[in-house]
Design a protein around this ligand. Structure first.
Ligand code: GRG
Length: 301
């Protein structure tokens, strides 16, 4: 897919969202003095280090379909980015991927130390729930409870953490395409699913609307992960801001190792197109969500 002017519109919008989220995270995670200063410093270091802010963008774009006020979606977007950041901090630890570089900077345990990185990740995870459960996120306690429930489900043992466990075990096991798809739907897809669902929960979407958005998130998440696998093979450490070629070195089954580069790319493009089909029920308000899959398959980092 070639770059079109519409993609430029999307990129400008994503830039604006990233800037707004950076500012909101700065406010929500203020530096402190005293005993917890180092912990907050590590949490801020990991969270404010940039990143595409893709998941926050999805929360805001999904909420916009139902005219959910941006102040509300921004809080959930920040909470989700705290969980995403915790997962990266822990994933980079020596006991997991043992990486030195993330978003072009030393990983949190390299910049601080391992214990501080573990605690910063723990604190980011718990803080995410504090943010969502706060009445400022939504006046209706039932909506807040539903958000907390969905976020816990997607981040936990049957979502992202479960996917990470399967991924670690996969290094020493044969895995077919069905196994890799399931693992990635949990490890990477789960937070993308929650991002899209959060807007629908806050907007009190109908069952049909929510179902359509879940299907969209499913296809988008898989396309995102296939491209992540492709970038691990084809991308440069400079562009990615992290080490590349790690999947091949570890002998792990990925979409690329199983399908090959060309079929993996075709599959990602097909999923991107399919994701948009699920949005047919929505009007022009879904335009940014419609453009996003094209950005995802064309991304370089
Ligand atoms: C340690 C509990 C625990 C979970 C780790 C998500 C994850 C599970 C590990 C991250 C490893 C990884 C590279 C996964 C592939 C997909 C992914 C999540 C990429 C990073 O997300 P981006 O590209 O990152 O949105 P930025 O930096 O833009 O936020």
């Amino acid at each position: 897919m070639s770059e079109t002017p519409d993609i430029a519109v999307l990129q400008a919008e994503m830039g604006k969202v990233a800037e707004a989220i950076d500012k909101a995270l700065e406010r929500i995670l203020p530096a402190v003095e005293g005993h917890e200063a180092r912990l907050l410093e590590a949490m801020r270091y990991a969270t404010l280090a940039g990143g595409k802010r893709l998941r926050p963008f999805l929360v805001l774009a999904s909420g916009a379909l139902f005219e959910v006020p941006t102040e509300r979606t921004t809080r959930v977007a920040c909470a989700l980015e705290c969980i995403h950041t915790y997962s990266l901090v822990h994933d980079d630890l020596p006991c997991m991927d043992d990486d030195d570089l993330r978003r072009g900077m030393p990983t949190t345990h390299r910049q601080f130390d391992e214990a501080t990185a573990v605690l910063a990740g723990d604190a980011l995870l718990t803080y995410a729930f504090e943010i969502v459960a706060d009445p400022r996120t939504h006046h209706d306690p039932l909506v807040r409870a539903e958000l907390v429930h969905a976020m816990a489900r997607e981040a936990g043992a049957h979502g992202m953490v479960g996917g990470q466990m399967i991924d670690l075990l996969a290094e020493n096991q044969e895995m077919d395409i069905g196994g890799v798809t399931r693992l990635q739907q949990m490890k990477t897809g789960a937070l993308i699913r929650f991002a899209v669902d959060a807007g629908a929960i806050m907007g009190r979407a109908t069952k049909e609307q929510r179902h359509a958005l879940q299907n969209y998130a499913h296809d988008l998440g898989l396309a995102f992960q296939i491209v992540d696998d492709l970038l691990d093979v084809e991308g440069s450490a400079e562009e990615m801001g992290k080490a590349v070629g790690k999947d091949e070195d570890s002998g792990k089954a990925t979409f690329v190792s199983l399908l090959g580069v060309d079929r993996a790319r075709t599959q990602a493009q097909m999923l991107a197109e399919q994701a948009c089909v699920h949005l047919e029920t929505f009007d022009d308000k879904a335009e940014l969500l419609r453009l996003l899959p094209h950005f995802v398959v064309n991304r370089r980092h």
